[in-house]
Write a protein that binds this ligand. Structure first.
Ligand SMILES: Nc1nc2c(ncn2[C@@H]2O[C@H](COP(=O)(O)OP(=O)(O)OP(=O)(O)O)[C@@H](O)[C@H]2O)c(=O)[nH]1
Length: 591
């Protein structure tokens, strides 16, 4: 289903009253997401969303982003029909982050991290000015230029970007209630989107017969892996695929492709290493036609550098199979060289686009920013990991949001939808509403999150979470593993009904012994589950409109509950570390 929905992020009514200058946050486009509205609850405190208060136009009211975020690090993304609770337990408080930031010690966990930091210093220099002028944006512009060059964007691209931003920023009328720095964020955002190609560039399919995708690229950039990733992606779209092994110089490449083909469940056509690549490709296409395959993906040999033999061979393959798409696979870590390479291949053989791999290992982002501008060819996909699932269409607008530290909510939503099936989501929703969320549900959630990729990758998609340090991410991962180790030794009954553990010290002692943990740690886990129940139930009620979610009140009530829950010594002795309110909620459940 293809639907384009405009979302508006806005602060809660209470937040808007307190800070009328920034009620509107951003508008984003939602594609291929069948759900029309969703709510986002993030962690990390109000300051984390500062970057979001840029002057994007208000279009509709599908998304309400409260200006307050729970002081406790629960991150909840809830679509009306799907809910994902991010197990970010143990992530640090925002104060910790800002302290580090002031001392310049923040380590970014995500791609474009370096550029995001550089841009932030540019906005900071505009604090206190009442309008953008040629004089007062000169220094921020120098910062932006430096940030682009450090991100490995080529000098001419950086220069024309700065010229264009300067011209537009000075020419922008002052908008009431919008800070000049926010105005500049908006101009930079628009220019970044343009720089990266503006619109998303979809794959083109042949009108009749199989679509042929020819993959080219230097050695080791990830072509063979991309073959499998693309096949996996296309299969999810309902297309049948065949892989053709036309890399005859590296014998292991054929085996690698065969193994990957098996993994994603698509046939691999090969003729060993003796035949000519153009012949193999031609015969592969014939075979695909006879099997009525929708898409044929041809893997070709890579060389250490661009040479005549390589280009000639590609030209022959091109002539033999007349591809619908010729995609050059380039390694993001090679920065502006990748952009130059796309240009060179385009001149030589005429390509239709690029696939940028290994973005997960690149914190600079120069290649993503330069390819379109340097070569005139769009990036069609990005690879962000070694797994077959780690290929995504390239959305210039989402990338720009990420560069500006706004996260990528839409990619997060799409990926969450892929790992959560509808029935599970509905079941979970029911359980949350009736306060029956149990340890099995917790495990299901952590499994779904793990399927979406690494913690650092997921967290990078959530607005405001880009300031989470790798150490905090590692800590969160460790916490989840720690919790899982205790859940794994529980009996099926205990997982299903955590009340059994709350009621019985014996059971908690047994779990502690079997998991090699202390009784206090097991008690804490049980206590955390009851706290989660209460919060999730409140949030879900709010999201479903049963009770308008005033996040500030929720935070207050959580705080009050926590204070009230300081168990008396007597209760503590009786129930280990279980808190009063957990016991209360447990009783409520039994009633
Ligand atoms: N981290 C990361 N690694 C990747 C990505 N794509 C590919 N790789 C890894 O890069 C290495 C090389 O990938 P291949 O697919 O063998 O590269 P190739 O271009 O086919 O190599 P040749 O056939 O020698 O030209 C493998 O270890 C892949 O797992 C990515 O997006 N991220």
């Amino acid at each position: 289903m293809e639907a384009t929905v405009t979302l508006t992020l806005s602060s809660s009514p209470a937040g808007a009253r307190r800070s009328p200058a920034r009620p509107t946050v951003a508008s984003l486009h939602l594609r291929r997401v069948p759900t029309l509205s969703f709510h986002l609850r993030g962690a990390q405190g109000p300051t984390a969303f500062r970057a979001l208060s840029s002057p994007f136009p208000v279009r509709s009211e599908h998304l309400q982003l409260p200006s307050f975020f729970p002081p406790r690090p629960i991150s909840t993304l809830s679509l009306f029909d799907r809910t994902v609770f991010l197990p970010c337990y143990g992530l640090g408080r925002p104060q910790g982050c800002s302290r580090r930031r002031r001392s310049g010690m923040v380590v970014r966990a995500e791609m474009f991290g370096q550029l995001t930091t550089g841009l932030e210093s540019a906005w900071n220099k505009l604090r206190g000015v009442d309008r953008l002028t040629k004089e007062n944006i000169a220094e921020p512009m120098r910062d932006i230029r430096r940030a682009l060059l450090e991100a490995d964007v080529s000098v001419p691209v950086a220069r024309s970007f700065i010229e264009s931003v300067t011209e537009k920023a000075i020419g922008t009328d002052v908008i009431r209630g919008v800070q000049p720095e926010q105005q500049l964020v908006k101009v930079v955002n628009d220019e970044l989107v343009q720089l990266m190609g503006g619109e998303v560039s979809d794959l083109v399919f042949a009108k009749t017969g199989p679509t042929v995708i020819l993959l080219a690229g230097l050695q080791g950039v990830g072509k063979t892996t991309v073959c499998a990733k693309l096949a996996f992606y296309l299969k999810k779209m309902g297309k049948s695929c065949m892989l053709v092994a036309a890399d005859v110089y590296r014998p292991a490449a054929i085996d690698q492709l065969t193994i990957l083909g098996k993994k994603v469940g698509v046939p691999v056509y090969s003729e060993g290493t003796e035949a000519k690549p153009s012949e193999i490709a031609k015969n592969g296409l014939k075979e695909a036609k006879s099997q009525k395959t929708d898409v044929v993906i041809v893997d070709t040999a890579g060389r250490l550098q661009v040479d005549k033999a390589m280009m000639n061979e590609l030209k022959e393959v091109k002539k033999a199979v007349k591809p619908t798409e010729i995609l050059l696979v380039v390694d993001a870590m090679t920065g502006q060289e990748a952009a130059a390479l796309v240009g060179a291949f385009n001149v030589e053989i005429g390509i239709t686009g690029a696939i940028l791999t290994k973005l997960d290992g690149d914190s600079r982002g120069g290649a993503a920013l330069s390819i379109k501008e340097v070569s005139g060819k769009p990036i069609k996909f990005i690879g962000r990991g070694e797994r077959v699932e780690d290929l995504e269409p390239f959305y210039p607008d989402r990338m720009a949001q990420r560069i500006l530290g706004m996260g990528d909510v839409l990619s997060f939503v799409e990926q969450a939808q892929q790992v959560m099936n509808q029935e599970d989501a509905e079941e979970l929703q029911k359980k949350i509403m009736s306060a029956k969320f149990n340890f099995n549900d917790f495990l299901k959630q952590t499994k779904a999150i793990a399927q979406m990729g690494s913690f650092s990758r997921i967290i990078g998609m959530i607005p405001g979470m880009n300031k989470v340090t790798p150490a905090q991410i590692r800590e969160a991962e460790k916490n989840v593993k720690f919790m899982e180790s205790m859940i794994n030794v529980m009996t099926a009954d205990e997982r299903e009904r955590p009340e059994l553990l709350a009621e019985s010290r014996e059971r908690r002692r047994r779990v502690a012994k079997d998991a090699g943990k202390t009784e206090q740690q097991v008690s804490q886990l049980v206590s955390q589950l009851f706290q989660m129940r209460t919060r999730m139930q409140k949030m879900m009620a709010g999201m479903q409109g049963k009770d308008t979610p005033d996040m500030e009140n929720l935070a207050e009530s959580i705080k009050a509950e926590e204070q009230a829950a300081m168990a008396t010594g007597k209760r503590r002795r009786k129930y280990g570390n279980l808190r009063q309110r957990d016991l209360d909620s447990m009783r409520g459940y039994r009633r």
